[in-house]
Design a protein around this ligand. Structure first.
Ligand SMILES: [Zn+2]
Length: 254
């Protein structure tokens, strides 16, 4: 999970053959319809269902640079099952945000993690607490750390309130052991993800060794590699742990 820049919503979200309508126009029309709707959630669902999702996804891919907003697995058009459009703040609890561009993110379709597991659960510490901020508003890369084994955790030095810290810990789940194989709203410590992150670190290690052929890369060299990686238009899968390894910040703030 990393901070995202959502600069422009789609300019046309109508199905092919229908009059063009931008996301902003669609949201405006929906908000007007919502005022007189008998069932707000139903109205929100039908307004969202009417959008041409392929046109939403094409902008979301670019914004997220082809990674799931939560777990950083690769997402791509044509890959089956295809990525899902997640309402960060669930549609059933926040119908007014059903078409709000900052509330929409692309997720992998893995059954055990991310949006499939989250369903209509809110990312919050308890019912009275606020939802976790959207990734446009918070740099989650400063809040989450990784162990060298590939586990994800909330950093002790994260710039979070107590309620946000609890919400984020609840969202990601604690590292796997036999009793807690599936846990957390997003289940980001699922054993498959832990293993995939550890493999990503191994591959960075191999690439660095190949490129430096027995010499040691300096701290500046490693930082430059991390920076170049973060500038790519299509990010590497599990980019955050790769950057953590390159900048020697794994296990920090644990
Ligand atoms: Zn995911």
């Amino acid at each position: 999970m990393r901070k995202l820049d959502k600069r422009r919503s789609p300019r046309n979200v109508s199905p092919d053959g229908q009059p063009r309508q931008s996301m902003q126009q669609a949201e405006k029309a929906f908000r007007i319809a919502l005022r007189s709707a008998a069932d707000a959630a139903e109205c929100a669902r039908s307004a969202f269902d009417a959008l041409e999702k392929r046109k939403l996804r094409s902008v979301l891919y670019e914004e997220q640079r082809y990674l799931c907003v939560y777990c950083e697995r690769r997402i791509a058009e044509g890959k089956q099952p295809g990525p899902r459009i997640d309402h960060w703040r669930p549609l059933s609890k926040n119908p007014n945000l059903a078409l709000h561009w900052h509330n929409l993110y692309l997720c992998c379709a893995t059954e055990t993690t991310c949006d499939c597991r989250k369903g209509q659960s809110a990312l919050r510490a308890d019912d009275q607490a606020p939802d976790l901020p959207w990734p446009v508003a918070l740099g989650y890369e400063r809040c989450l750390g990784f162990s060298s084994k590939g586990e994800i955790y909330v950093r002790s030095d994260a710039p979070l309130s107590d309620a946000q810290r609890r919400a984020l810990a609840l969202a990601i789940g604690i590292p796997h052991n036999n009793k807690t194989r599936d846990n957390g709203i997003l289940n980001l410590n699922h054993p498959t993800l832990i293993a995939a992150r550890a493999a990503a670190v191994d591959s960075e290690c191999d690439r660095l060794e190949d490129d430096y052929k027995g010499k040691t890369a300096s701290k500046d060299d490693r930082a430059a590699r991390a920076e170049a990686m973060l500038a790519e238009q299509t990010l590497q899968e599990f980019v955050s742990i790769r950057v953590g390894w390159l900048t020697k910040t794994l296990n920090k703030g644990r």
